[in-house]
Design a protein around this ligand. Structure first.
Ligand code: NDP
Ligand code: GDP
Length: 336
């Protein structure tokens, strides 16, 4: 039986990765941070029998000794390093915490692989945010990077640590450069889930106004479940490499709002521009723009060219934007 270690197992991708690996017959160990309520994040949405099949190790990825001990004791065939401070907006307010978790956490793992488990294959959760203001649209593995947030800078360090340990010490380190991927278990502060939750609440009678930031921001949004398969495929290759995963299609935040409210049975009518733009349903204001949710800088025009993954991994996204919006809103309506 193959053994896998998943950091960040209590997050969105951890939820899908844990199920994917268990279905493939892996022996799965997950790293969980201690919290006073003993909550297990997204894992709490899985059936209890499924969670019981996962071995949980409590600790923080910034603790080198803990990471060394876990990797030495487990000797995993594959390590999926998904743990991170993953929210771009937060990284502008808390850059140091972001850099510590995302850089030191990654260093601890690649170093433990080198020192105590050199046969373990390592996956690094890189991001399209590395491209920032991209010099070329769409972006592939050879497009130069220009990170535009502390989060992106921390992930650039992780990307290079992975490459450096690959080149210097011969570890199997694969970099995924993943474009935004969302789901019914996406964190509620990310814009897609913020919208799907609000649309679901309003569908169920709430009379709130949804406040958003930059409605013109455009993202390449896919479904997280499709992307964990891509991560796994990267780890089955003969040689470690870097791969872009995305959909190759851009949508604005406004498109997501329209689609989500339509699924909730509400057709939005837009009035005004820029900071005065508002969305109405049956004459009632339901969406507005607030400066609170703007960032000091935006990463624009990030569009995936995933042809290398298609060619070498046989990977392509299975879920369309419309299907993604529908499944998120329907799930939130059910939960609300
Ligand atoms: P989430 O924010 O949903 O999950 C992050 C996970 O990391 C959580 O389990 C969190 O634990 C854990 N974590 C954070 N800090 C630490 C720490 N110091 N020690 C141990 N665990 C920690 O992220 P996603 O699942 O969406 O993303 C997975 C990875 O992919 C991340 O690295 C992210 O940056 C990257 N990525 C994501 C993209 C996306 O669109 N989703 C796009 C490209 C890259 P806790 O529950 O305790 O907070
Ligand atoms: P990110 O791409 O990883 O930063 O994911 P987010 O979901 O946080 O943001 C996606 C895009 O939506 C960014 O360009 C944001 O500026 C934009 N956006 C617009 N309004 C909001 C909002 O209210 N919250 C968040 N999180 N993002 C918003």
């Amino acid at each position: 039986m193959k053994k896998a270690l998943v950091t960040g197992i209590t997050g969105q991708d951890g939820y899908f990765m844990a199920q994917f690996l268990l279905d493939k017959g892996y022996d799965v160990t997950g790293i969980v941070r201690r919290n006073r309520d003993m909550r297990l994040g997204t894992l709490e949405m899985l059936p209890r029998e499924t969670v019981q099949r996962i071995k949980l190790e409590h600790g923080d990825v910034t603790d080198a000794q803990f990471i060394n001990n876990v990797i030495k004791a487990t000797e995993p065939d594959e390590i999926y390093h998904l743990a991170a401070q993953s929210f771009v907006g937060y990284s502008f307010h808390n850059p140091q915490a972001t850099l510590e978790t995302n850089i030191i956490g990654t260093l601890n793992i690649v170093n433990a692989v080198k020192e105590v488990s050199p046969k373990s294959r390592f996956y690094f959760a890189g991001t399209s945010e590395l491209y920032g203001t991209a010099e070329k649209v769409p972006q592939d593995e050879s497009t130069p990077f220009h990170p535009r947030s502390p989060y992106a800078i921390s992930k650039l360090a992780g990307y290079w640590l992975t490459k450096n340990y690959r080149e210097a010490y011969g570890i199997f380190g694969a970099n995924g450069i993943l474009f935004n991927h969302e789901s019914e278990v996406r964190g509620p502060e990310f814009v897609t889930r913020k919208i799907s939750l609000a649309a679901a609440r309003m569908h169920n009678g709430s009379r709130e106004v949804l406040e958003l930031g930059n409605m013109n921001a455009r993202k390449d949004w896919g479904y997280a479940k499709d992307y964990v398969e891509g991560m796994w495929l990267m780890m089955q290759q003969k040689e470690p490499d870097d791969f872009v995963l995305g959909t190759g299609v851009l949508h604005t935040v406004r498109d997501f709002v329209e689609g989500a409210f339509e699924v909730a049975g509400m057709n939005i009518e837009w009035k005004g521009n820029d900071m005065n733009e508002k969305g109405f349903y049956n004459g009632r204001e339901v969406v507005s723009v607030s400066s609170k949710f703007f960032r000091p800088l935006e990463a624009d025009n990030m569009l995936a060219d995933y042809s290398k993954a298609k060619r070498l991994l046989g990977w392509k996204p299975k879920t369309t934007f419309e299907e993604l919006v529908k499944l998120m809103v329907e799930s939130d309506i059910k939960k609300a």
